[in-house]
Write a protein that binds this ligand. Structure first.
Ligand code: NIG
Ligand code: FE
Length: 444
């Protein structure tokens, strides 16, 4: 049974009535070292959630009788549903053409991601396929993935470019994303949080990575302007920038040049790093955040160092430093699963006090599965995160990873109405399906 999608643009007043278990995460951030218990989930039993004009306007018992003048309202009997905040996939590569299923087979038989890349597979293979299609075709391919995400409860989808690998082709990827979200069926998609990942791998057009970075930096004003225009049109959240800082990819110095320029243009930044080695991304994120005088309690509105993603080789002190600087971490266990590389260890994150989100890292190569439920289950079963940490990882901490925690990520009066109702009556029923097949209603 497909989930029903409620767009609050069309549905003004909706009451989710009498849910046995509403997981609000209201006090998650004030929680100190108790992420192992379910206390931080701030669960309310047997209650209603009222949505009015795109905002959560009330949460409590028997709201129909208690509130006057509700007027015309749509009521959803929620007595068999658990209600949680809308899910946020804060790390995804959902726009690309072609297939790399052959790599999935090779990796399953023991070949490594790095060996496959060295033989012409990997990011370059997807670049070739992506360059062959038109902007419109690319946009249509993206939409199929984004529609799938929404059906499983993802209300905000972070989408990275990174398969164009020169300024013209990277721009095409960004335009394809914006095209999808300006069309008449934009309401069928999750909200878009776009990230420009020009420096994802070497560009065939530029000799040497320094030259490619230089070209990307020169084009940055145009890209930033494109991002601002999309925000003005109301089709997307602000554009962020990212880089793949890893051995055989970009160096710490190149990353500093790129991210420094992006921050100067007011873009928020993420770093793919510490996946195969301790490549320096956590250190660089700390340096950049310090320069911005960013702290855990004070991040600017724009131009922030948001996250370091992957983090298998980040040390506890790397993570602790980032926590104090208001930088989040993103765990991507599906990549470990498919690429047969080590999982992150939840203990290290917990001890450091950093806010950890869990992303799908959906992409055609290292993580060919667009399913945040499965990713979160791997975080639970393979990385040692608690159920509460996992739920926070795909809601409030994922909102933090995108700089959207003030308006999304928890069910609180006054926050944006974004929620998921799935079959169940207790928190553990989060996993009554490992693939999200139990999602029945999504409000966006
Ligand atoms: O996050 N690490 C870099 N980028 C992707 C892989 C992309 C690909 O293989 O196409 C990732 O795993
Ligand atoms: Fe990634």
């Amino acid at each position: 049974m497909a989930a029903k999608i409620w767009s609050t643009k069309k549905h003004k007043k909706i009451l989710f009535k009498n849910s046995p278990c509403v997981v609000t995460l209201k006090d998650w951030d004030s929680l100190e070292n108790d992420s192992l218990s379910q206390k931080g989930l701030s669960v309310i039993k047997n209650c209603d959630v009222l949505i009015n004009d795109g905002i959560i306007s009330d949460i409590g018992e028997d709201l129909l009788n208690k509130s006057d003048n509700l007027g015309e309202i749509e009521v959803v009997d929620s007595s068999k549903y658990v209600i949680i905040p809308g899910l946020i996939d804060c790390h995804s590569h959902p726009i690309f053409a072609g297939s790399r299923a052959n790599e999935t087979v090779l990796k399953s038989q023991g070949m490594t991601y790095e060996e496959i890349s060295a033989k012409g597979g990997g990011i370059v293979a997807t670049m070739k396929a992506t360059r062959k299609v038109t902007t419109q075709e690319l946009s249509e391919l993206y939409k199929l993935n984004a529609i799938d995400s929404l059906a499983r409860g993802i209300v905000i989808l972070e989408a990275k470019t990174g398969y164009g690998l020169n300024p013209v082709q990277e721009r095409k990827m960004l335009e394809a994303l914006y095209e999808a979200h300006s069309g008449k069926d934009a309401n069928e998609l999750p909200l878009l949080c776009p990230t420009y990942l020009g420096p994802h791998a070497a560009s065939p057009e530029y000799r040497g990575l320094d030259n490619y970075i230089q070209a990307l930096v020169e084009d940055l004003p145009n890209i930033a302007a494109l991002g601002e225009e999309a925000v003005k049109k109301g089709i997307s959240f602000p554009l962020a920038a990212d880089i793949f800082l890893e051995r055989n990819y970009f160096t710490k110095e190149q990353s500093e040049r790129w991210l420094g320029a992006a921050l100067q243009h007011g873009l928020d930044v993420h770093i793919h790093s510490d996946e195969f080695s301790r490549s320096g991304g956590a250190e660089l994120a700390a340096e950049l955040a310090r320069r911005l005088e960013q702290t855990a309690s004070k991040r600017r509105q724009r131009g922030r160092v948001l996250t370091v993603d992957h983090c298998q080789y980040s040390t506890e002190s790397d993570l602790g430093r980032l926590a104090l600087l208001g930088v989040g971490a993103v765990a991507l266990p599906t990549t470990s699963f498919f690429s047969k590389i080590p999982y992150v260890d939840a203990k290290r994150f917990r001890a450091s006090g950093i806010k950890v989100a869990i992303g799908s890292d959906f992409n055609p190569g290292s993580s060919p599965m667009n399913n945040i439920w499965f990713s979160s289950y791997l975080a639970l079963s393979q990385c040692g995160f608690s159920l509460a940490e996992v739920i926070a990882g795909v809601t409030i901490n994922a909102a933090f990873a995108l700089g959207l925690e003030r308006i999304y990520g928890s069910l609180e009066i006054g926050k944006k109405a974004a929620l998921v109702a799935f079959d169940g009556n207790c928190v553990e029923d989060f996993y009554s399906s490992l693939l999200g097949d139990h999602v029945r209603h999504v409000v966006i």
